[in-house]
Design a protein around this ligand. Structure first.
Ligand code: IPE
Ligand code: IPE
Ligand code: MG
Length: 252
């Protein structure tokens, strides 16, 4: 199906890495008089559509916030339902990931996940490891402060062991100790559901990302919504501290 929005996207000016905070599942369900879990099920459709759109466009990395460290404080029933949905979806979608040449990876405290979820996740990560079209990263039991604290510990250990000099700790060394070490920083961060906050997501990595907030609730998010976000991104002037004149002359 051709899309007028998609046709307006400049394929030479795409972000290499897009990060998404998938929010609003609970409110989407509530609006229909259903329980929150129904919203999470609805969210799966949005994930599938968005992953497909991103891969078709040629985005290299898509990082999706699926479960935060803070989400462990939700009612047990909701956590259990979410974990069950994860296991089910990961298994069910593995053949599609293979067919579309998509590599799955995860960031977060995977060991904190129920054994079955961790096992299924690792299985699919291994099975898709050599796929090269796009990397889909799920942030699971993830929070940015958890990740940064872990990196600081690892760096401190290296210094203590005499492998690393404190003077040699550069921004690049910090980046390389984060879970996202192998990918470029996201240039675009999308959050659905109308909330204008970051909720402990990729704090270091989004230092210069363009932020895009949409009122759409996550289960309603579709390919067209991703196209809209990308078109908005492409209209922005990314100055990185320079002046408009400098930026213009660099692109001339
Ligand atoms: C996002 O939707 C999914 C997760 C955080 C797991 P929510 O469950 O946060 O839905 P709202 O924000 O309460 O509507
Ligand atoms: C952020 O959404 C985490 C995920 C999307 C997985 P939340 O709904 O948990 O965030 P807050 O509570 O609104 O900050
Ligand atoms: Mg929420």
């Amino acid at each position: 199906m051709s899309s007028p929005l998609k046709e307006q996207i400049n394929p030479h000016h795409l972000p290499r890495h897009v990060a998404i905070i998938m929010d609003g599942n609970g409110r989407w369900a509530k609006k229909q008089g259903k329980i929150r879990t129904f919203g999470h099920q609805g969210g799966v459709t949005a994930v599938k559509d968005t992953v497909e759109a991103a891969a078709e466009l040629g985005i290299e990395v898509l990082t999706m916030y699926a479960f935060s460290t803070e989400n462990w404080s939700r009612p047990k029933l909701e956590i259990d339902a979410l974990m069950h949905l994860l296991v089910e979806t990961i298994s069910k979608e593995t053949p599609t990931l293979m067919k579309n040449q998509i590599r799955l990876d995860a960031i977060g405290d995977i060991d904190a996940l129920p054994t079955k979820v961790a096992r299924n996740l690792r299985k699919t990560i291994d099975a898709t490891a050599t796929n090269t079209r796009m990397t889909l990263v799920l942030a699971l039991s993830y929070s940015s402060r958890w990740e940064i604290t872990k990196a600081v510990k690892a760096i401190a250990s290296e210094v203590k062991a005499g492998i690393l000099e404190p003077e040699a700790i550069t921004e690049d060394v910090v980046s390389k100790h984060l879970a996202t070490a192998e990918w470029p920083d996201p240039e675009l961060l999308i959050r659905t559901s109308g909330e204008s906050r970051i909720s402990n997501y990729l704090l270091w990595q989004i230092a210069y990302a363009e932020l895009y907030f949409t009122p759409k609730l996550w289960p309603d998010f579709r390919k067209e919504d991703l196209y809209e976000a990308l078109l908005d991104f492409q209209q922005r002037e990314r100055r990185f501290g320079k002046t408009t004149e400098q930026v213009k002359s660099e692109h001339a």
